[in-house]
Design a protein around this ligand. Sequence first.
Ligand code: ACO
Length: 429
Amino acid sequence: MSAKTGTISLGGNAVDMPVKSGTIGPDVIDIGKLYAQTGAFTYDPGFTSTASCESAITYIDGDEGVLLHRGFPIDQLAEQGDFLETCYLLLYGELPTAAQKADFDYRVTRHTMVHEQMARFFQGFRRDAHPMAVMVAAVGALAAFYHDSTDISDEKQRMIASMRMIAKVPTLAAMAYKYTIGQPFVYPKNSLDYTSNFLNMCFAVPCEDYKINPVLSRALDRIFILHADHEQNASTSTVRLAGSSGANPFACIAAGIACLWGPAHGGANEAALKMLSEIGHVDRIPEFVKKAKDKNDPFRLMGFGHRVYKNYDPRAKIMQKTCHEVLAELGVKDEPLLEVAIELERIALSDEYFIEKKLYPNVDFYSGITLKAMGFPTSMFTVLFAVARTVGWIAQWKEMIEDPTQKIGRPRQLYTGAAPRDYVPVGKR
Ligand code: ACO
């Protein structure tokens, strides 16, 4: 038992609970024996005060606006490294040496093709299917194609499945896009780096050359780094919960993609861009801010607020800079949505309601404008988030499987339904 304890007093019965300390961050009270000792459960829907696991991957200090992966600040990783380096770091715990990095890049690159039958699997979808619907199905279907990496008790198979998903999810994402616009799928190109290859699979066509713009490729790579992991968010917790039953990793990541789709999570960048278009002009901002503040109106400023960050989201600062770089490179001047975004941010940050509730722009506020300028339709925004987050989900899933204290996730409840009563035959009701 740890030296520190916390006391929970219930109906005159005081019970000592061990308190655990992490490297940094708040202590946690280990209430695992609470039910056995008091007969009571704790109640915390939305997990606002509850740690669901121990993890050594990512640390967030939401009050200070800090995000660290394996101890390294997100801005250093995003500005000085590349996405595959962050993938290596998340998976293995350390930054790679040059030789390790070259080997990792090689291994990911050699896994980018998907089974040719996957192309036929795609034909079953309507052309107007949302690409996230296609992604949930296609990633789940990988389990049907790669049986040799679904034995989760085998460390080697776990790593092969991990590499496969980091490599193949972008290929499936690009296929989902090509399918909706009726263009032929573009095979991966091993001579290109990870993100340039993704751009090529999305935008190349067989009838002419596609020239990778290094500024755009670097910007998208940075966007991938910014979205790579975010500790126990809703989709990651979904992956962990799905995996806690021993489900195969492809099925678990498909579950994560399904969760990410929601507008309160990964769907927010799509929703933020839609909102900026709806506002349309800076003159209409006060009207929308008023709506956001009205308790009787469900409208919220999309791209604002975060469960954990009660300060500026550190990713949003890099995202804003990346947005300006992309627009400058593409010669987009006087982008009305950017004008609306900058003014909305200014007004909201000086408004008492947003200050008091500590609502700041999150990473999704500027990512929509950036991705739109790059040529991605809004329906692909969450898909791009899924491409980036795949490594985070996998690293967290692997950490969970390798944790000897891991148990199936099985929350309790506060039952508020009918009290016991007797069955009445249908004729007597
Ligand atoms: N606009 C207006 N008011 C807001 C907003 C917003 N975007 N976000 C929160 N609030 C208000 C709530 O109405 C609530 O007010 P109250 O205390 O008077 O009831 C208060 O701020 C706290 O909000 P909660 O919903 O309780 O906070 P929670 O932590 O549950 O929600 C969330 C966080 C879901 C991100 C929320 O801020 C939101 O809906 N934002 C818009 C969607 C969005 O941008 N999501 C992206 C998240 S980042 C990501 O997934 C990468």
